[in-house]
Design a protein around this ligand. Sequence first.
Ligand code: NAP
Length: 316
Amino acid sequence: MKATEFGKKGWTPERIGDLSGKTYVITGTTSGTGFEAARILLSKGAKVVMLNRNPKKSEDIINTLKQELGKDINVVNIQMDLAEQASVRKAAAEVLEKVSRIDALICNAAIAQVPTQKLTVDGFESQLGVNHYGHFTLQGLLFPMIEKSKGRIVTVGSMGYDMGLKTIKFDDMNWDKDYAANDAYSQSKLAQIMSIYELQDRLKEAGKTDVKAYACHPGSSRTSLIATSGSLMMRIIFGLMKLSPLTQPAENGAYPMLMCATEKNLDQSAFYGPTGRSNWVGPVGAHELKPHAKNKVVAERLWKVSEEATGFKWNL
Ligand SMILES: NC(=O)c1ccc[n+]([C@@H]2O[C@H](COP(=O)([O-])OP(=O)(O)OC[C@H]3O[C@@H](n4cnc5c(N)ncnc54)[C@H](OP(=O)(O)O)[C@@H]3O)[C@@H](O)[C@H]2O)c1
């Protein structure tokens, strides 16, 4: 489906109907696109389960949302730090206890442009550990309920998939040699979308076609991403970019993930995001994806490496 099929404005949340009775699980809602996505889902009557690392920030944003949308909104927060596999496992168990269905799991949280090599408690390069391995395990653990609900898995990638090495550095996953913030971030986002396309293949082979998996990205959106984990230089550069028409409000950045979580008849093989200049801004729809993101040999190896690293084995 092309942006033009949604008219000149592309896909917008006006297309979402009443979401009463539906449940969305979303990571990283304390700011940026995740906050906007949660706000819009709640405004349509959905139940939203937020998975955030910082309980105080979560409490604050839930209060903000209650002030805006009313105190009866159906929202819960579960503490989860994607940088710790044990925390992901604990949070997933809590989700499975607290909800009876998952219409979509939206994997939105991330860190970016971490200036020096840092390792998570599990020994993973921080961006790979948080953005890819954390979500890889979460998706697998929540899969049984997503399957029961005929739900979706939505991954928020980045146009960064087409920067840096444009493949996975299997011989040095942690970037012990030649660490570069943008290369490591780009690889983590490439890994996220590659594993979504690999998941689609595995679901098809297993005959589990009731579950849909989608990859999207928010373009270039004015959020806290660089301020949270980027270097001073990157913060200055992105601060200047925010003043230019090459960036868009965080709310627009939420549209692709909302589309993938709610719109009917999407093409799973597509990559969804803004269709305007450089795919950073503009009407939301499907757009070009470079072939390296679907390199089957790399994708299969990445899946295996991810299972070994996380210790989580999918039944697919
Ligand atoms: N903004 C852009 O232009 C842009 C471009 C391409 C892709 N993206 C992607 O868009 C998504 C959303 O980012 P954003 O721009 O909205 O950034 P953001 O405002 O910084 O939001 C990121 C969210 O992720 C959470 N998070 C970070 N590390 C976490 C961890 N270890 N465990 C759990 N949650 C964690 C943050 O929580 P805290 O508040 O606790 O830090 C925050 O809620 C990301 O996947 C990012 O890669 C953004």
